[in-house]
Design a protein around this ligand. Structure first.
Ligand code: SAM
Length: 191
């Protein structure tokens, strides 16, 4: 497992949380791999909401899901993931934020620090008890480094009474390697 990519680690950590989860959110659908992962590893009662701001991401994700016959109970939403409350009325059980830009896409269209920070705050308020949010950061590009530092700092200060936060990263890589954060809600309460 450790020899694989950080996105693989994220899937392995998220997987056990999907067993009883009913409301799943992929905040950055991109090529559709995380949306497909959520759909394939959750119960048929679960609903997956997936966000992206690029129409191409919806096209690619729709194609991937159709090929795997997994379109059912997945809602593809062309919107900023910060606007989750307009589309997801309930609490969320599992959320994934694989930040950065679309691989093989327009690198100018990337997640932005301030938006990602406010998104995290909104998502954490909606996280159900014992639910999990994963966040993968890519400090290897300029905006990604700023975003990573801000998120790392924000999560280090998050209430330990309400949340448990863990991080995973390749320790012997040079600067710029991706970092995964995992946040589980351990107690009800406001941030
Ligand atoms: N999870 C994807 C997958 O499995 O292929 C990869 C995601 S890619 C690293 C990041 C994506 O975030 C891009 O497709 C980009 O368009 C999207 N994105 C950037 N800012 C966003 C925002 N504010 N709201 C929703 N999506 C955003």
């Amino acid at each position: 497992m450790i020899g694989k990519k950080v996105t693989f680690w994220a899937h392995e950590v998220v997987k056990p949380y999907l067993k009883d989860a009913l409301v799943l959110v992929d905040g950055t659908m991109g090529n559709g791999q995380d949306t497909l992962f959520l759909r394939e590893n959750s119960s048929s009662d679960a609903k997956v909401y997936s966000f992206d701001i690029q129409p191409i991401a919806l096209e690619m994700t729709s194609q991937v899901l159709t090929e795997q016959d997994r379109l059912g109970s997945v809602e593809l939403i062309l919107a900023n993931h910060r606007d989750i409350n307009k589309f997801v009325p309930t609490k969320i059980d599992v959320g994934m934020l694989n930040l950065g830009y679309l691989p093989q896409g327009n690198k100018e269209i990337t997640t932005m620090t301030e938006n990602s920070l406010s998104t995290l705050g909104i998502w954490l308020e909606k996280l159900s008890l014992h639910g999990l949010i994963s966040v993968v950061c890519y400090p290897g590009h300029v905006e990604g480094e700023q975003e990573y530092l801000a998120i790392s700092n924000y999560l280090s200060e998050l209430s330990g009474a309400l949340f448990q936060v863990a991080r995973m990263e390749a320790w012997n890589r040079k600067n710029g390697a991706p970092v995964a954060f995992f946040i589980e809600r351990i107690r009800e309460g406001l941030l």
